[in-house]
Design a protein around this ligand. Structure first.
Ligand code: CTP
Length: 451
C-alpha cells in the first residue's frame, strides 16, 4: 500500500468489474498469507495451522503485512469460543518452538508462558511469535490490568486499541486467508487513520495515549478527529494518573526506541501527554534535531532524547538540580544506567552550553567536556552557538590519546601515586594543543621534564 490508496489485491482488480466486497477481501487475505509465509517463522506457523479453524494472525502483524511492512513480531490468537476444545497457548507455543528447532537442527527457541493472560511466546534469533487465547477483558478500575476470559476472535478484536490493529486473518482450514476486520478497520488502514474502537478505550487503558502518539509517528497515520477529542478528554480528566509509572515508562521507552522517536515525542507534546506525565517535561524538536545531528555513532539517541526531555527539570539549579529528574525517571522505572547517563547529560548540557563557545584550544575542550556523556555535549552544542566547539570535541579532540601510559613513567622512575596521573594529564594537554612532536619519545621527554 505504498501509495497509501489501496490494499493488496485491490490494484490487481482495477480493470475488472467491481468485485464484491467478499471477493476483494479474499484477495487481500490471500496476499497477507503469502506475505506471512516470507516472514521468519511464517512457514512453520502456517504448517501448524493448516488443518485448524481456530488459528488467526492478529494485531500489528496483520496491519504491517497489509501495509507491506515487516512486522516486529507475529501475534497469533487462538479462537477461544469453544471451551470444549481446551485451547492452550503454551502447548501451541511449544509445538511451534519444536518445529522451528527441527528446522534449525538445534534448540534455538525460548518459550515464555504467562498464565494470567493465557499467553505464550516463542523467541529466537530471527523472530518472535506471541500466542494468546482470544479473550475478553474486564477492567476492575480504570488503568488497572485487565481480568481476562477466553472468547471468540471477533469479540477479541473489539477490546483492542485502534481499528487498524484489530484485523484478524485465518491461518488454516476453511478460515485460511479470511479477513475479520473490526468495524472501520480496512477503511482506516486505507485512509491512514488512527481511530479507537470504542469511546472508553483511553480510560480502560490510558497507556494507549502514548501508543497513539507512537503509531502516529511511526506509521505517519493521522489521528481521527473524535479519537483526538477522546484523547484530550482522557488527559484532562487525569487518565494517566491511574496508571503505574512502570507502565507509562515502558510505553515511553518504546517511543524513544522508534526510528521516528522525535516525531512520537512531538505528538505526545502536542496532545498533552508529556505534560500529563510531568508538567515540566519538554520536547523541543529544533533542539533535538540539532543535537542528533551532532551525536556521533557511539552515542545513544534514546539517552539524548531523554536528557532533552528532563532538561527543564535540571535547569532549576537549586542545590540539587538532579534530584527531581532522577525521581521522575525512577518513578518511570528507567534502568539505573540510562537514568544516570541521561541526567548527567542534561546537567552537562546546562553547564557546557556557556562554556563550550569560550573554549579556544583543544585542551580547553578537554578540560571542559572530558568527564561528560557525549549526549550532553551534543545537546549543549545545539542549545547555544556552540555547535562548532561541540563538533570539534565529538569528532576530533576526544579521540586524541597518548602513546605512553603509567607503566612508562614508572619505568622512568616516577614514583607510584598521583604524580603519574598528573604528568600524564599535563602531557595530554600538550599533545592536544599541538605542543609536542610526533611519537612516544616526545611524550616521554615532556613527561620527564615535568617535575
Ligand atoms: N493492544 C491493545 N492495547 C494495548 C496494547 C496492545 O489493544 N494497550 C493490542 C493491539 O491490537 C495491538 C496488539 O494488542 O496490535 C499487540 O500489541 P503490541 O505488540 O504492543 O502492538 P503491535 O500492534 O504489534 O505494535 P508493534 O508493531 O509496536 O509491536
Amino acid at each position: 500500500m505504498d501509495d497509501g490508496e489501496t490494499l493488496p489485491g485491490e490494484a490487481a482488480q482495477a480493470d475488472s468489474q467491481p468485485p464484491s466486497a467478499v471477493t476483494s477481501l479474499e484477495f487481500v487475505g490471500a496476499e497477507v498469507v503469502e506475505r506471512l509465509r516470507r516472514q521468519p517463522g511464517g512457514r512453520e506457523l502456517l504448517e501448524m495451522a493448516k488443518y485448524r479453524q481456530d488459528v488467526y494472525l492478529v494485531g500489528g502483524a496483520v496491519r504491517d503485512l497489509l501495509l507491506d511492512r515487516a512486522p516486529r513480531e507475529l501475534d497469533v490468537a487462538l479462537d477461544g469460543e469453544d471451551l470444549s476444545l481446551r485451547r492452550d497457548a503454551a502447548v501451541f507455543a511449544r509445538e511451534l518452538a519444536s518445529s522451528l528447532n527441527v528446522l534449525a537442527g538445534e534448540d534455538v527457541t525460548k518459550v515464555n508462558e504467562h498464565e494470567r493472560f493465557i499467553t505464550a511466546g516463542v523467541v529466537w534469533d530471527a523472530g518472535q511469535i506471541d500466542i494468546a487465547i482470544a479473550r475478553r477483558e474486564h477492567y476492575s478500575k480504570p488503568g488497572a490490568l485487565p481480568e481476562v476470559e477466553s472468547t471468540s476472535i471477533s469479540e477479541d478484536l473489539r477490546r483492542r486499541d485502534f481499528t487498524v490493529n484489530a484485523i484478524a486473518v485465518g491461518l488454516g482450514g476453511s478460515q485460511l486467508g479470511k479477513l475479520q476486520p473490526a468495524r472501520h478497520a480496512l477503511e482506516d488502514l486505507r485512509e491512514r487513520r488512527l481511530r479507537v474502537i470504542h469511546d472508553a478505550s483511553f480510560e480502560d487503558d490510558p497507556t494507549r495515549l502514548l501508543r497513539l502518539a507512537r503509531y502516529n509517528a511511526r506509521l505517519d497515520f493521522a489521528i481521527e478527529e473524535h479519537t483526538e477529542e477522546l484523547a484530550r478528554q482522557a488527559l484532562n480528566t487525569g487518565a494517566l494518573d491511574t496508571v503505574s509509572g512502570a507502565r507509562i515508562g515502558a510505553e515511553l521507552r518504546l517511543a524513544l526506541s522508534e526510528p521516528q522517536a522525535p516525531d512520537a515525542l512531538e505528538a505526545m507534546r502536542e496532545l498533552g501527554v508529556l505534560a500529563a506525565v510531568h508538567p515540566r517535561l519538554r520536547h523541543d524538536p529544533e533542539l533535538v534535531a540539532g543535537a542528533l545531528e551532532l551525536l556521533p555513532a557511539d552515542g545513544s539517541k534514546e539517552v539524548l532524547l531523554l536528557a532533552a526531555l528532563v532538561l527543564p527539570l535540571v535547569l532549576r539549579a537549586d542545590g540539587q538540580p538532579q534530584a527531581e529528574a532522577r525521581a521522575l525517571l525512577d518513578r518511570l522505572e528507567f534502568p539505573q544506567g540510562d537514568r544516570d547517563r541521561a541526567v548527567a547529560a542534561a546537567v552537562a548540557a546546562v553547564r557546557l552550553h556557556d562554556v563550550l563557545p569560550r573554549c579556544e584550544r583543544p585542551a580547553d575542550l578537554y578540560e571542559a567536556a572530558s568527564e561528560d556523556p557525549i549526549e550532553g555535549v551534543a545537546l549543549a552544542g545545539a542549545l547555544n552557538d556552540a555547535a562548532e566547539a561541540a563538533r570539534r570535541w565529538l569528532e576530533e579532540v576526544r579521540h586524541v590519546s597518548l602513546a605512553i601510559d603509567g607503566r612508562d613513567l614508572l619505568a622512568e622512575g616516577v614514583p607510584q601515586g598521583p604524580e603519574i596521573g598528573r604528568r600524564l594529564h599535563e602531557v595530554l594537554l600538550m599533545r592536544l594543543n599541538g605542543e609536542l612532536g610526533e611519537g612516544r619519545d616526545a611524550e616521554l621527554a615532556a613527561a620527564r621534564k615535568l617535575s
